[in-house]
Design a protein around this ligand. Structure first.
Ligand code: FES
Length: 162
């Protein structure tokens, strides 16, 4: 792991007020943007650099649902379980996705290709039910073939690899 990149992120956030309390959450957000999750060496280095207890960083990372402490899948599928999506059948869709992938929400397939997570409202309730795959928003309204999204991603993946 390139700890220099972590240092750059920290420096960017602490340059304005070097003696002040460090903006921990934005720092963690930027680290996660860089790696797609918060690897332990990154957290340890950040704690050391900021002189804050490592347990505090873990406390923040586990409190906010947006932080990940495990690597995501190559394709990360975030199914919205907010109220509008729930009413429009998100729990049934979750079951279909879990069966299709052979994993439960919060897990990653053994080949590391697909991760599945439940998330809160993603802000486009009019499209409910909604799934977000790698920042792409898909409305599943009236779509019975939810598993096809996985097949499409697998095909995309095969095209890229060949
Ligand atoms: S509840 Fe799913 S997008 Fe708002």
């Amino acid at each position: 792991m390139d700890l220099k990149r972590i240092d750059q992120i920290i420096d960017n956030h602490t340059a304005v007020d070097p003696g002040g309390y460090p903006p921990v959450i934005p720092i963690l957000q930027d680290i996660q943007s860089e790696y797609r999750w918060l690897p332990e060496p990154a957290l340890k280095h950040t704690a050391k650099r900021l002189r804050v207890p490592l347990v505090d960083l873990y406390g923040i990372a586990t409190f906010y649902q947006s932080f990940r402490l495990t690597p995501p899948g190559e394709y990360q599928i975030n199914l919205c379980m907010g109220t509008a999506c729930h009413v429009e059948g998100a729990p049934l869709i979750l079951g279909k996705l879990e069966r299709k992938l052979g994993i439960k929400a919060g897990e990653v397939t053994t080949d590391g290709k697909f991760g599945l997570d439940e998330v809160r409202c993603v802000g486009c309730c009019a499209l409910a039910p909604v799934v977000v795959i790698d920042e792409e928003y898909h409305s599943l309204k009236g779509r019975k073939d939810v598993g096809k999204i996985i097949d499409e991603k697998r095909k995309e993946d095969e095209r890229v690899e060949t």
